[in-house]
Design a protein around this ligand. Structure first.
Ligand code: COA
Length: 367
């Protein structure tokens, strides 16, 4: 049975920074309050062109370069997102087109902020079963498009960004170990976008009443999160045969520093073992764990052979954790700049559209 190794990682965030001070000019809040209650100092806000798929593709190109792979070597793209560009097609398909990943299947996975953990688990299972060799997992968000900048309860929390991992099959032991995935749909209304889906399609009323924005019962979500983070981390570690004190690092969903501190207390682990960068990006939902991972590697906090647990929670309610032995690139050293294939991907996409048009003209559109 092959093992599933994490061999590439990348991130992309918008250029525009929205600081707490700027937010305090939009709603009644203050930098001091936000920092004390959440730990967040600033977040990134996407421009019109920095769509979820654009950010996702940029992160994916970097992850592929890190893994020394070309886009056409990817078998499957899973995009975990809470802010898909459309109900359909999947944002994963838009990313596949932007990458020119001509041999990849693509689908979106919705488990809100826990989505990246769910997607990693699905990718690892596909590899361990022997069905696939190379899977790209992307967390990509444009949450600012669903954020009500008149609601101080939510607008202080969320930001935009994307992160990506490449998972590859190898006979060498290690890589993704065990995971736990949980859901409790009875808490669905604590964090949700009331309209947009088939339950409440867009209407004048839904727009007037702000039902296309994120609605949240912050206290309930906080209570739930502090309860499940430590428990899920422990479950994933124990299933992998590890004790908490053997862990080199925990990379938690970056929602609120107080939630992470509560998890550290619950696990009786020092905060130094938890990677935190939420002060600069806020809560980027599915992108927060891969973005944190990229920065953890950059500052030398995560090295090959380290035992790491990724843990997340979010709307659904959902929560989960995944344990892995950190690997790094497994292919022989060679310089690959996957992003150089960007223009080829664009030309490929244009040619395919053109060909479809020509076919329609020459042979008619009847089947
Ligand atoms: N600025 C200033 N004051 C604010 C505020 C803001 N942005 N938001 C709320 N307040 C006020 C409240 O009105 C309340 O005032 P009152 O005591 O006069 O009624 C007071 O601050 C305390 O509000 P409360 O809601 O109890 O604050 P809190 O400590 O629970 O913090 C959250 C609010 C949202 C930061 C916190 O509940 C939280 O982080 N929850 C989890 C959210 C989350 O992680 N969601 C994503 C999950 S993936």
């Amino acid at each position: 049975m092959p093992y599933a190794h994490i061999t590439g990682w990348g991130m992309a965030v918008p250029n525009k920074v929205l600081t707490n001070d700027e937010l305090s000019k939009m709603v009644e809040t203050s930098d001091a309050w936000i920092r004390e209650r959440t730990g967040i100092r600033e977040r990134r806000i996407a421009s019109d062109s920095e769509t979820a798929s654009a950010l996702g593709a940029e992160a994916a190109f970097k992850a592929l370069s890190m893994a020394r792979l070309l886009p056409n070597q990817v078998d499957l793209i899973i995009c975990a997102t809470s802010s898909p560009e459309y109900i359909f097609p999947a944002t994963a398909s838009l990313i596949q087109d932007k990458l020119g990943a001509s041999n990849a299947g693509a689908f979106d996975l919705l488990a809100a902020c826990t989505g990246f953990i769910y997607a990693l688990d699905m990718a690892a299972q596909s590899i361990r079963s022997g069905a696939l060799k190379t899977v790209l997992v992307v967390g990509a968000e444009n949450l600012s498009r669903y954020t009500n900048y008149k609601d101080r309860n939510t607008c202080i929390l969320f930001g935009d960004g994307a992160g990506a991992f490449v998972l590859q099959a190898s006979e060498k032991p290690g890589g993704v170990m065990r995971s736990v995935l949980h859901s409790d749909g009875s808490g669905g209304k604590f964090l949700f976008v009331p309209a947009s889906g088939s339950h409440s399609p867009a209407s004048e009323d839904t727009v007037r009443n702000g039902l296309h924005f994120i609605h949240m019962d912050g206290k309930e979500v906080f209570r739930f999160a502090t309860r499940v983070m430590a428990q899920a981390t422990l479950e994933a570690a124990e299933k992998s045969g590890w004790k908490p004190d053997e862990l080199s690092l925990v990379i938690p969903h970056q929602a609120n520093i107080r939630i992470i501190e509560a998890a550290a207390r619950g696990l009786k682990m020092p905060m130094e073992k938890f990677f935190v960068n939420l002060e600069r990006y806020g809560n980027t939902s599915t992108a927060s764990i891969p973005i944190a991972t990229v920065e953890a590697v950059q500052v030398g906090k995560l090295k090959p052979g380290d035992k790491v647990v990724f843990v997340g929670f979010g709307a659904g309610l959902t929560w989960g954790a995944l344990a892995a032995e950190w690997t790094g690139p497994i292919l022989p050293e060679r310089t690959i700049r996957a992003e150089w294939f960007k223009p080829f991907a664009r030309v490929r996409s244009l040619l395919r559209r053109l060909l479809r048009m020509l076919e329609g003209i020459l042979f008619g559109r009847e089947p």
